[in-house]
Structures are given as structure tokens and as C-alpha cells.
Ligand binder design. Structure first.
Ligand code: YSA
Length: 328
């Protein structure tokens, strides 16, 4: 029987086959077990010898099975290792990474510029009341300037702020001069959307209040900002204009080379002026003057990055967004 067993075990390839073989010979109804059970039928003198021989075979079989098991287990491990082998020379999967939106990058850059000029950066609420968005900014209900900013009103009489200027009032209500602050943020206007007008966009507001602030300080701050953004000695220009909350009021522009046309030209950025005495009165300030300016961030980003349509910023078109990923 042991020869037959040796013959069979030599052909075995897997642990399962080994288990089957063990059951065939040594299981409850196995060939060797049956021989053991049959011992009782033998004459006593034969029984002893046969018993010894069967036990020898059993011992031998168990040892051989043990060896085969070790060999087959090692074989299985080797096969698994070979199958799971990692080829470190293969090119890695490229993880797709996100990037900051162009408007976020532009705001970050502006914040850095103003921080370097000693300004604090503060935020204001996007849902405003009529007082801060209009009345305290010298724009009462009857004022025609209210119509210039088509407004989203809520059913409870509040407004989605139409500009960042209300934060001028909020800041002055809670702080004492002197100070220099900028307010970047989202603003909303109920207007017909086109290539240069969105219903939701961003502005940056600057406010400086102290004793004896003049238009010269305003011009100096705008020029300093332009130099930090576009390089030393960048020219700036103020042209008279009207905003209810400044007196005198102006529009400001910077002289630059358009990356789109390659031409040098004036870039109109936004409005500015000296804080109107009525605004100072609304917040209870006396004996100080101040300047403020505000401009559209999309406008600046459009011209800086050569983007022809303001709607491209918010359509989520990856072809647009990918072009500027990783750029500063
Ligand atoms: C004026 C004087 C100050 O002392 C301080 C701030 C200001 C600016 C004022 N609050 C204001 O909002 N003026 S504005 O209506 O002319 O808008 C300023 C800028 O926002 C514009 O020059 C333009 O760049 C941008 N803008 C306006 N409507 C827009 C828009 N950008 C995108 N979509 C729109 N619908």
C-alpha cells in the first residue's frame, strides 16, 4: 500500500489534492484505517505483525504528507508572490489634482499686495440691509444712483449686497480711526448677463481713515497698488466721476500693456474718492477724513489673463479652468 501511496503523492500539485489523498488513506473510511479495523479478524499471531506493519506505514505516510504540505504551501506562496509582483519600473498612475480658481488666485494676490502695504483684510456679509447698502452710503430711497445698481431684494426687505462699499460703514461703526482696510468679496446685481456683466461677481474695496487724508493719499495708494501688481513706476490716472458716497469722486485707471492686444493702454478699474461728509456723519466720525476705492475683480482677472467673456469664469468648463491651473 505504501508504494501505491508514494506513487500517488508524487503526482500531487495542490494542497486540496493532498487533503483528498490524506482522506483516501487515513480518513475514517480510509484504506489504511480499514486495514486497522480488519486486524481484529486476524489470528492473534498474525495480528501483532500486521499491526506493526500498518502502524509503520501510517507513520511513514504522515511524515510524507507533512513534507508535501510544507512543499506545497511554499509553492502556493511563491505563485502568489509572482502573481502579485509589483513592477516598480512601470510609469505611475497620474493623480488628477485640483487647482485654485482664477478669481481666488487674483484675490489672493491682491490680499498679499495690500497686506504688504500695511492694510488689514476684512470680510463683510453678503446679505445686507438697506441701511448699509444704500442709506448710510448717502444713497437714500429717492436717489437716482440706486437705479444704477439693479438690486436683488429678499422678501423681508434685505438685499444681496450690490457692492463691497457697505462694509465701509460696518467697519467704521465698530472701529476707531486711524486704520487701513481692504474688503474683498462677492457682490450681486440683477442685471442682464453679457460678456462683461455677471449677476454675481467680486469686488475689492479699500478704506483709509485718519486725520488729514487727502486726494494725494488716494492717488499714492492706487499708484502703490498698481506698482505692486504690475511693476515699479506703473502710471495711474484719476478722472472726475460721481458716486454718492464720495466727494470729490473719481474713476481710476492704470497704464499697462494688455497681454491680449500687446498694446499699452489705460485700464479703467473702478471708482474712488474722499469719504463723503454724510457718510462720516452716519457713523459718528468727527475730525477725520478718509479715502475709499473699489473695483471689479473679474474685470482685473479678465484683462490680466486675456479672458474675453466674464461668463467663462463660472461655467465650470474644464477647457478654460485647466489652462490656468497652477499659474499664479
Ligand atoms: C466707488 C467709490 C468708492 O469710494 C468706493 C467704491 C466705489 C465703487 C462702487 N461701490 C461701485 O460698485 N461702482 S461700480 O458700480 O461702477 O462697480 C465697480 C466695478 O465693478 C466696475 O468698474 C466693474 O469692474 C465691476 N462691475 C460692475 N458691475 C459688474 C461688474 N463686474 C462684473 N459684472 C457686473 N455686472
Amino acid at each position: 500500500m505504501i508504494e501505491e501511496f508514494n506513487n500517488e503523492i508524487g503526482k500531487i500539485e495542490s494542497l486540496q489534492e493532498l487533503q483528498d489523498l490524506r482522506v483516501k488513506y487515513l480518513g475514517k473510511k480510509g484504506l489504511l484505517t480499514q486495514q486497522l479495523k480488519a486486524l481484529g479478524k486476524l489470528a492473534p499471531e498474525e495480528r501483532k505483525q500486521a499491526g506493526q506493519s500498518i502502524n509503520r506505514d501510517k507513520k511513514q505516510m504522515l511524515a510524507i504528507i507533512d513534507d508535501a504540505k510544507t512543499r506545497l504551501e511554499q509553492k502556493a506562496i511563491n505563485a502568489k508572490l509572482a502573481a502579485e509582483r509589483v513592477d516598480v519600473s512601470l510609469p505611475a498612475y497620474k493623480l488628477s489634482t485640483g487647482g485654485l480658481h482664477l478669481i481666488t488666485k487674483t484675490i489672493n494676490k491682491l490680499e498679499d499686495v495690500f497686506r504688504s502695504m500695511g492694510y488689514d483684510v476684512v470680510m463683510g456679509p453678503e446679505l445686507e440691509d438697506e441701511f448699509h447698502n444704500f442709506d448710510a452710503l448717502n444713497t437714500p430711497k429717492w436717489h437716482p444712483a440706486r437705479d444704477l445698481q439693479d438690486t436683488f431684494w429678499t422678501t423681508d426687505g434685505r438685499v444681496l449686497r450690490t457692492h463691497t462699499s457697505p462694509m465701509q460703514v460696518r467697519y467704521m461703526e465698530t472701529h476707531k480711526p486711524p486704520f487701513k482696510v481692504v474688503v474683498p468679496g462677492k457682490v450681486f446685481r440683477n442685471e442682464a448677463v453679457d460678456a462683461t456683466h455677471e449677476a454675481q461677481f467680486h469686488q475689492l474695496e479699500a478704506l483709509v481713515v485718519a486725520e488729514r487724508i487727502t486726494m494725494a493719499d488716494l492717488k499714492g495708494a492706487i499708484t502703490e497698488m498698481a506698482s505692486a501688481l504690475l511693476g515699479k513706476d506703473t502710471k495711474t490716472r484719476l478722472q472726475p466721476s460721481y458716486f454718492p458716497f464720495v466727494e470729490p469722486g473719481a474713476e481710476f485707471a492704470i497704464w499697462w500693456k494688455s497681454p491680449k492686444t500687446g498694446k499699452e493702454e489705460w485700464l479703467e478699474l473702478g471708482g474712488c474718492g474722499l469719504v463723503h461728509p454724510n457718510v462720516m456723519k452716519a457713523v459718528g466720525y468727527e475730525g477725520v477724513t478718509g479715502f475709499a476705492f473699489g473695483f471689479g475683480i473679474e474685470r482685473l482677472a479678465m484683462v490680466s489673463y486675456g479672458i474675453p467673456d466674464v461668463r467663462y469664469f463660472y461655467q465650470g468648463d474644464m477647457r478654460v479652468l485647466r489652462q490656468f491651473r497652477g499659474e499664479l
